[in-house]
Write a protein that binds this ligand. Structure first.
Ligand SMILES: Nc1ncnc2c1ncn2[C@@H]1O[C@H](COP(=O)(O)OP(=O)(O)OP(=O)(O)O)[C@@H](O)[C@H]1O
Length: 693
């Protein structure tokens, strides 16, 4: 007689001696066994329990669509590193929860984790015989950068910079190990209802994309493994991907469609129109990643023809699934962020205006990101989201006890990249600095010794207050210029803006794919694949652009730090090294410094006013539509027999005045903006000329 499938499975797992106890257990019942059931069938030994757990995970996953997982490997990883952080403690879970549920409940990764990854020398660097100046000691999570310097008499010497982080990964470390050190511990956070963020920071070509790309795939594999558990059967995974390019949002899974950020009544940020995909296989995620990569903006710069000039953000949202298959309430979320090249925030003086503006935007967003992460650790009452689009979009990921962030600082090994490498490490160091004992820090960002768990002498800068955008005095939709409400006065555009929060655009429910079915292929130029669900984002209010008080000012922050005494000396050489890679360079010449600071200020106000100008233009169009309605009404009135011409002329005068005011206000704004662009042009040219000297 052939063995039953259950007996066959047990044999595969080396548990055949337990087969008699399982006789009569159906395949479905077997798949649904929980940990507390194991003892009933005589499986009490720890290693046997683990083997049975892995077996059930594997067959459940094969049945429910996660067949692509290498569960033998994944589960053993989970068992070794995540599921059982306390050794075998969870095996004896008194509540008798499944291993998956116990993993989620017991896992508690730190709020912030900073990991450095060094990439190997590439073929070109080897060909040029470039020197590897970075030594990583994985054992104590530290690294040393040997910076080669030249004295005034032209003799060379080496300056040694030492850093320590939560993990330091050398060039031989695989992407799997990176995953285990960074994102895997965050998987439980998402199932617990938390928001997790993982971002890669570093100069162009340091390995950000190489590092980030596999992470969502591995995370999805682990998430599917957990989703196969009965405990999480009512949840599904949704994926979206967008980029922030020049301060604007584009959907990378929907033909780079421009997206708008909105804030709903509860001050939640929504990205209106962002497409979300229900995913049930790792394969589909792989295709979505390829699709988004193809769509991502890259542009050529003096530094690197392929340098990435945008931040790309892939988000996994875990949601409850409604009975009709539609997504319900969000449980948790993880964002994978491949940041723009960090060096792109500086050295932009010689480029064209567009590139300079992009550089300034990147600079601003990297500074704001650092401040938001630092605020996480500092349990700050105010988090400076409004510093940039990037941090506004990620706002909910920086709030709440369950917010977790992992930063991966990618560095290149060569001597020629040394300055950028040090900038990246200093940025990473500052992200983590609250965890360190202040006394242990050496000048210049050198941070030997262990991380102190409670050292926290840093104070957040005064919380910036959001400033309302000063809109021009357009017509109030409730009041006509004649001083009384008009039944027809509501602007159709204004009305149309307020779509109900949380609504989804109608889309057919996504059927669960049959086992083994492969998702449709994606092509860069092709329309998005099926299983599409549009995010019904609330669209109550557009976000206010960051006001002058609400932004992170690079120059002011820098000046403030100089007097704080815990950074590098203020003036050390002909050129001061930028301390966190997101800064322009500063000089020991006071005049040069003044010029750079002034240019920073101007650039920031241009970035703010650009948004405001566009918003004001939009509003002006809406107002014009409202006024046209009034005019039509007025003409209707004057055509009536016996209408009073005096009343008509008065109302017409009021309308014309309102029209003229609207246009002159918009024109004033435009002229002020154009003037700033001209000033910036001149300043950048002057800076470029001084630097060339
Ligand atoms: N750890 C690594 N092992 C092997 N090759 C690597 C590693 N890191 C990066 N590389 C290679 O180095 C090159 C640059 O890497 P990558 O494109 O990821 O850099 P990047 O930081 O994302 O750059 P950009 O900001 O321009 O997007 C690629 O060819 C990549 O395959």
């Amino acid at each position: 007689m052939p063995a039953s499938p259950v007996a066959e499975w047990l044999r595969e797992a080396g548990l055949e001696h337990h087969s008699p106890a399982f006789s009569g257990v159906t395949e479905d019942r077997f798949r649904g066994l929980l940990m507390q059931d194991y003892a009933k069938y005589g499986v009490v030994d720890l290693s046997e329990k683990q083997a049975l757990f892995r077996l059930i995970k594997r067959i459940s996953s094969e049945t429910y669509g996660g067949a692509l997982l290498n569960l033998e490997e994944q589960s053993s990883d989970l068992l070794a590193e995540g599921v059982l952080p306390g050794g075998g403690a969870l095996q004896a879970d008194p509540a008798g929860r499944s291993m998956a549920a116990a993993f989620v409940e017991h896992s508690d990764p730190p709020k912030i984790r900073v990991v450095v990854r060094k990439r190997p020398l590439n073929a070109k660097e080897l060909e040029r015989d470039e020197e590897d100046v970075v030594r990583v000691d994985m054992h104590d999570a530290s690294l040393v950068v040997n910076e080669i310097k030249v004295k005034v008499d032209l003799t060379q010497y080496t300056e040694r910079h030492q850093f320590s982080f939560d993990d330091a990964l050398h060039e031989g470390v695989s992407n799997d190990e990176v995953y285990r050190s960074t994102v895997q511990p965050l998987v439980a956070t998402i199932f617990k209802g938390g928001k997790a963020t993982c971002f890669a920071y570093g100069q162009t070509g340091s390995g950000k994309t190489y590092t980030m790309q596999p992470l969502p795939i591995r995370a999805a594999a682990d998430m599917f493994a957990l989703l196969a558990d009965r405990q999480f059967a009512d949840m599904s995974l949704f994926v979206s991907c967008f980029e922030i390019y020049g301060g604007k949002l584009y959907d990378l899974l929907n033909g780079r469609k421009r997206l708008e950020m909105r804030e709903d009544g509860k001050r939640r940020v929504c990205i209106v129109g962002l497409k979300e995909y229900l995913v049930e296989s790792v394969d589909l995620i792989q295709q979505l990643i390829e699709h988004s990569n193809a769509a991502r903006s890259t542009g050529s710069t003096g530094a690197n023809a392929d340098s990435s000039r945008s931040h790309s953000i892939m988000q996994f949202a875990l949601k409850k699934t409604k009975a009709d298959g539609e997504p319900g309430k969000q449980v948790g979320k993880i964002s994978f962020i491949d940041l723009a090249g960090s060096e792109r925030g500086a050295d932009t003086y010689d480029n064209d205006r567009q590139t300079r503006l992009e550089g300034a935007e990147i600079n601003k967003s990297l500074l704001a990101l650092k401040e938001c992460i630092r605020a996480l650790d500092n349990v700050a009452r105010h988090v400076p989201f409004r510093g940039s689009k990037l941090t506004e979009v990620l706002r909910d990921s920086f709030i709440g006890d369950e917010a977790r962030t992992v930063m991966i600082a990618n560095i290149s090994p060569t001597s020629s990249s040394c300055e950028h490498t040090l900038n990246t490490l200093r940025y990473a160091d500052r992200v983590k600095e609250l965890r360190k004992e202040k006394g242990a820090r050496l000048p210049g960002g050198v941070t030997p010794g262990p991380i102190h768990p409670s050292g926290n002498a840093y104070q957040m800068p005064a919380a910036p207050q959001p400033v309302q955008r000063s809109a021009h005095p357009g017509p109030d939709p409730k009041h006509t210029p004649f001083g009384h409400p008009s039944s027809r006065s509501t602007s159709p555009l204004r009305g149309g803006r307020a779509s109900p929060p949380g609504r989804r655009a109608p889309s057919p429910p996504s059927p669960k794919p049959s086992r083994g079915s492969s998702p449709p292929p994606l092509h860069a130029a092709s329309p998005p694949p099926p299983k599409l669900a549009e995010v019904g984002a609330a669209a109550a209010q557009p976000l206010h652009s960051p006001g002058r008080q609400g932004r992170v000012s690079p120059s002011r922050e820098r000046l403030g730090r100089r007097t704080s005494g815990d950074d590098q000396p203020a003036v050390v050489a002909r050129r001061l090294t930028s301390e966190d890679g997101a800064r322009p360079h500063y000089y020991d010449d006071e005049e040069d410094n003044q010029l750079l600071y002034a240019r920073d200020e101007l650039m920031n106000s241009i970035l703010e006013e650009e948004d405001e100008l566009i918003a004001a233009h939009r509003k002006q169009i809406e107002d014009t539509m409202t006024i046209v309605r009034w005019e039509m009404n007025l003409l209707g009135e004057v055509d009536q027999p016996g209408s009073a011409i005096d009343s008509y002329t008065e109302k017409l005068a009021a309308i014309l005045e309102q029209k003229a005011n609207g246009i002159s206000e918009l024109r004033r704004r435009l002229e002020s903006f154009q003037q700033k662009l001209r000033e910036e042009e001149i300043m950048s040219k002057t800076v470029g000329q001084r630097r060339a000297k």
